[in-house]
Design a protein around this ligand. Structure first.
Ligand code: HEC
Ligand code: HEC
Length: 628
């Protein structure tokens, strides 16, 4: 009896080991690019162009570019088939495409913000990570339907699947925690926690021969405002088998082998034999090529100095033979081919073209860049705190007081800028570029005008381009009001919002829910570190469902907290006379914003949108009034 038990235990151990050794030719983790099993085709999801491009890797030429929808963020090949799947973040669909015929086969509706995708070995199931609210869903690829959705964490982006298909590993964007999810039940069976500073983890890769996972991410040191120290690049190496003790270790990617700063590690890839690890840096436009050490201590060593790979590299994959690594240089709109023998970039394949003006492109490049003229020391870029214009989920200890990073969506319509309205045009961020946070040489020749003084617009083409990019970031509709319909509760909440005795709409007015003015709503009075309060600029409420924590100080963890704990004296609208149910209804309404996209004005986005005087607008959003 004992002997047979032992034999079974041994067999299980061998089989488990074998599962990790039986290298599957396709890396199965989220990425913007994917290679087919024979290595002959590469698929590339282009977020800006809204397309997926199929590349012939032999001829090094794009074959087709297939439109898939706004903002695709992940692509994966379906094994043993001619199909691939791609997530379309802004449209909440998973697209099935035929990469042989070059056609979109199906569009499968999935929950909000699909981000990464991996496919089971038999090609039957796709697992999709969802950024907001933080879920994984399972899609049946034969029946082409959504099977189920598991709520597993918050802001889930990175996803990888174990060689035996039993486990999914997923990362949370704003915590860099790793979750282990049972693919049979959807339960989270393990969690590798991280220190609160870890941030922006949107990718995880598994080593095919050692039970290790690698997570590229940053560390946001919110109490230091310094170009060298606010943001640090980290690789977390996770021991997947270890139950106790040190289960994850951080490698500082700026100092681990010599000393050379890099910014915004965005994605990693392991070679099929598990011996090489590639990491791309979206801020410094380069890539580390590392040997994987089997020492459980150093883990990696640099195999060659940094490789320059092109602008804003956002993805890297290794082909099934390990001969080439492909790097997606997102703002060069091309895939760079890295030869792992000669250790050089040997070719570049254009996969799409910029779908916007040269000015917008220049602005986006500058926004993402951690190089001069933006930054002196290569650690930080605007995107380190505003990734694609989204918030970083942090409250920074600025000299003027605590400041929660806002979303930049709708910026053009919500000027003035900063919680304290101490800037009136994006060009004033020349002062951020030259200041302690970035120490760049800046974009204006000569001295910039003071933030609220004469305009800085028109003084530098590059700075105007940066403004144009920041001013064009848009919203996506709230998942709490699918199809633009408010729930019954949200309709009740809307009534309260516009009721005179509650008074929200006096300040949160117009289609962007802001009067663009300063008010003291009682939030900044008892904080000795606050230097500019107690009045703050009314923020827009569009998109607040996904931007917790709230208020300039980021102390309100939920929308309910804003209206209760942080509004004890009724200075921020009148809420104390409302019942619990009424507060719930108000919160439900706030979560539903935007339930329709606000009207867009035509105009020159290098300059602030004209302010519309409050009185002319009334207290109700025009969009709502005109629908009645
Ligand atoms: C260290 C993180 C960090 C970096 C780097 C950073 N920002 Fe910010 N940004 C913030 C925070 C925090 C706020 C809120 C500050 C405030 O309101 O006073 C902010 C506010 C803004 C706003 C105002 C948004 C609004 O609605 O009022 C804009 C525009 C902006 N940043 C653009 C930029 C640009 C452009 C860069 C690069 C030149 C940049 N930021 C670099 C953290 C950062
Ligand atoms: C007197 C003008 C005024 C009124 C009335 C008002 N607000 Fe505000 N609201 C503000 C200001 C100013 C802030 C920013 C305060 C801060 O950050 O400390 C704010 C912040 C908020 C925030 C946080 C947004 C974020 O991104 O952090 C929410 C949510 C909000 N208000 C909802 C409401 C609701 C709901 C009501 C009605 C009960 C209301 N407000 C009434 C001016 C107002």
């Amino acid at each position: 009896m004992l002997r047979s038990l032992l034999a079974t235990a041994l067999l299980v151990t061998i089989l488990r080991g074998w599962a990790w050794c039986d290298a599957h030719p396709l890396p199965r983790n989220n990425s913007l690019i994917a290679v087919t099993a024979d290595g002959k085709r590469l698929l590339c999801a282009n977020p800006d162009s809204g397309s997926v491009t199929v590349v012939d890797t032999g001829a090094r030429q794009a074959l087709f570019e297939l439109p898939v929808g706004r903002n695709p963020q992940g692509v994966a090949v379906v094994p043993n088939s001619r199909f691939a799947v791609a997530t379309v973040y802004d449209e909440d669909v998973l697209v099935v495409l035929d990469w042989v015929a070059g056609r979109v086969e199906a569009r499968i509706r999935v929950p909000d913000e699909p981000y990464g995708v991996v496919v089971s070995r038999d090609g039957k199931l796709a697992y999709v990570s969802h950024d907001y609210p933080g879920a994984v869903s399972v899609v049946d690829l034969n029946r082409r339907t959504l099977v189920k959705t598991w709520k597993v964490g918050r802001f889930v982006r990175g996803v990888a699947i174990s060689p035996d298909d039993r486990w999914l590993y997923a990362t949370e964007f704003y915590t860099a925690e790793l979750l282990k999810i049972d693919t049979a039940s959807g339960s989270v069976v393990d969690r590798w926690t991280a220190v609160p500073k870890y941030n922006l983890a949107r990718n995880v890769v598994l080593n095919p021969v050692r039970a290790k996972a690698y997570i590229p991410h940053v560390r946001s040191d919110v109490d230091i405002i310094d170009a060298d120290r606010s943001i640090a690049p980290i690789l977390s190496v996770v021991d997947l088998d270890r139950v106790k003790g040190k289960r994850r270790k951080p490698i500082s990617l700026d100092t681990y082998n010599g000393f050379f700063a890099v910014a915004n590690p965005w994605e990693a890839a392991v070679s099929p034999d598990g011996r090489m690890l590639y990491i791309v840096y979206a801020g410094t436009d380069d890539m580390h090529v590392n040997r994987v050490l089997d020492d459980n201590y150093y883990e990696i060593e640099m195999a060659r100095p940094l490789v320059r790979v092109g602008r804003n590299p956002r993805a890297v994959v290794v082909d099934p033979t390990g001969r080439y690594a492909y790097v997606y240089a997102a703002l060069d709109f091309c895939v760079a081919v890295f030869d792992t023998h000669s250790m050089e970039i040997v070719d570049r394949v254009t996969v799409t073209t910029a779908p916007y003006s040269r000015r917008h492109l220049l602005g986006k490049i500058l926004f993402n860049s951690a190089l001069q003229p933006m930054v002196a020391r290569r650690w930080i870029s605007c995107a380190s705190c505003h990734p694609d214009g989204q918030p970083d989920g942090r409250t920074w200890h600025m000299p003027e007081g605590p400041r929660n990073t806002p979303s930049l969506a709708g910026l053009w319509y919500t000027h003035p800028l900063h919680w304290s309205a101490d800037r009136d045009e994006v060009q004033d961020f020349e002062h951020t570029i030259r200041g302690p946070l970035m120490r760049g040489c800046g974009l204006i020749q000569g001295k910039p005008n003071p933030p609220l003084g004469a305009p800085n617009a028109g003084r530098s083409e590059a700075l105007d381009a940066l403004a144009e990019y920041c001013n064009s970031i848009g919203f996506t509709l709230s998942p709490y009001a699918r199809g633009g319909k408010l729930s019954e509760k949200a309709v009740k909440g809307r009534e309260l919002f516009y009721r005179a005795d509650v008074g929200c709409a006096t300040c949160h007015s117009g289609p962007y829910y802001t009067d663009q003015k300063m008010h003291d709503v009682g939030t900044g009075r008892d904080d000795p570190s606050e230097k500019l309060g107690p009045a703050f600029d009314t923020p827009t409420l569009l998109g607040v469902y996904r931007t917790a924590p709230y208020l300039h100080h980021g102390k309100a963890r939920t929308l309910r907290d804003v209206l209760t704990t942080y509004n004890r004296e009724d200075r921020h609208g009148r809420t104390s006379h409302l019942s619990d149910d009424e507060i719930d209804a108000l919160v439900e309404f706030l979560k539903s914003l935007p339930y329709e996209l606000p009207p867009e004005l035509e105009g020159d986005r290098t300059r602030p949108a004209p302010y519309t005087p409050d009185e002319a607008r009334g207290t109700e959003p025009q969009a709502i009034r005109s629908r009645r």
